[in-house]
Design a protein. Structure first.
Length: 330
């Protein structure tokens, strides 16, 4: 049988339904006994980061309950200094980054004990330069990005061995120019974003072959206009982020077909509930809603969206307010 690796786009796609997306995010998971509220508890801090960043891009941050969010984050910081996804959960570097990102967007870093966060992240680094996600010891190159992004947002990169961190990331580079989660692991667009993001923050973009890597990234675009994360996979709107942000940092965003990709992204909107799903016709969620909007922001469409910073996946004005200048190739 012929394997289907792409989808058919509908003949016409809706315009950007900004108000519907804002309402979708503002009401998502508010009903405490609603199914999604319970199912997403294990990643609540990240879910809040996805929703708040998307709302800020749409200029709706003032419609959120800032004090309630800050109170929740303060309560999620644990004795270790690390921050958990939800109350009574264990701390993890993924949610520590999400919490710090939210606090930077709200300009409220004094909500938590910064010194203890810095100590928690520093303790994650291993002798080979890699990072564990929490005290249970799982190593993944995603956690290297989380550690470096978190510490750079706090202006405390001095506490880790940056050269060893970069050394580990480069061990994850494959012959196809891509990056995997560990040395020898298959190239994946999400891991390429994490490695290029870390190299952008630490000023080491000269270590990658920008042309070969950008070529692999552009190969992700399918006839439907959508992008997938690996060869032979279906397109998915969240890969728009992993691929476009890396291409932007590498200075080769113009290598993708912008018109076709914009059409694919608009087709992923749920015209009933609001929000974006991974592919046309699936259920919308905050994760894909953020990445649908960041794609339109990176692609310089005429829609009224704030600029997204490709390295931190945070609004550009926030990165400028922190006086951060992540490197990118021109
Ligand atoms: C299908 O139900 C799920 C499955 C997994 C997860 S997860 O492990 O927490 N996570 C985050 C995530 C959040 C949402 C939302 N809201 C939806 C999906 C999704 N995926 C799964 C996914 C995305 N594209 C296709 N797939 C199958 C990525 C995953 C891993 C990830 C975490 C952090 C940052 C980047 C990636 C959550 C829900
Ligand atoms: Zn996805």
């Amino acid at each position: 049988p012929v394997l289907k690796h792409d989808i058919e786009l509908p003949a016409s796609v809706p315009e950007l339904l900004l108000e519907k997306h804002a309402n979708f995010l503002l009401s998502y998971g508010t009903d405490k006994d609603e199914y999604m509220y319970c199912m997403t508890e294990h990643m609540r801090m990240s879910g809040m980061y996805w929703g708040l960043t998307a709302l800020d891009l749409m200029g709706k941050l003032e419609q959120t309950n800032r004090n309630e969010v800050l109170e929740f984050i303060a309560q999620c910081q644990t004795e270790s200094g690390g921050i958990a996804a939800s109350l009574q959960h264990d701390p993890h570097i993924l949610y520590t980054l999400s919490a710090v990102q939210i606090l930077c967007i709200y300009n409220a870093l004094d909500t938590i004990d910064i010194e203890k966060v810095v100590k928690y992240v520093k303790e994650r680094q291993q002798p080979d330069g890699s990072f564990t996600g929490d005290i249970w010891g799982e190593v993944d190159m995603r956690f290297s990005f989380c550690a470096v992004a978190t510490l750079s947002l706090l202006n405390r990169l001095d506490v880790i061995d940056v050269d060893k961190a970069v050394e580990f990331v480069m061990k994850c580079m494959n012959f196809d120019g891509g990056f995997g989660s560990k040395p020898g692991a298959e190239s994946h667009a999400g891991m390429i974003y994490c490695s290029i993001g870390l190299l952008s923050i630490t000023g080491n973009l000269h270590l990658v072959d920008a042309d070969q890597l950008s070529w692999w990234l552009c190969e992700r675009q399918l006839p439907s206009g959508g992008l997938n994360g690996r060869p032979e996979k279906l397109p998915d709107v969240c890969y728009s982020w992993w691929v476009l942000s890396a291409l932007t940092i590498l200075g080769r965003l113009h290598w993708v077909n912008k018109e076709q990709l914009v059409k694919f992204v608009l087709a992923c909107q749920d015209t009933e509930s609001g929000g974006f799903s991974d592919r046309p016709g699936d259920i919308a969620d905050p994760f894909h809603t953020l990445f649908g909007l960041t794609a339109l922001s990176l692609l310089n469409t005429d829609y009224p969206l704030k600029k997204i910073n490709p390295t931190y996946c945070m609004p550009e004005y926030v990165i400028q307010r922190l006086h951060l200048k992540p490197a990118r190739l021109d």
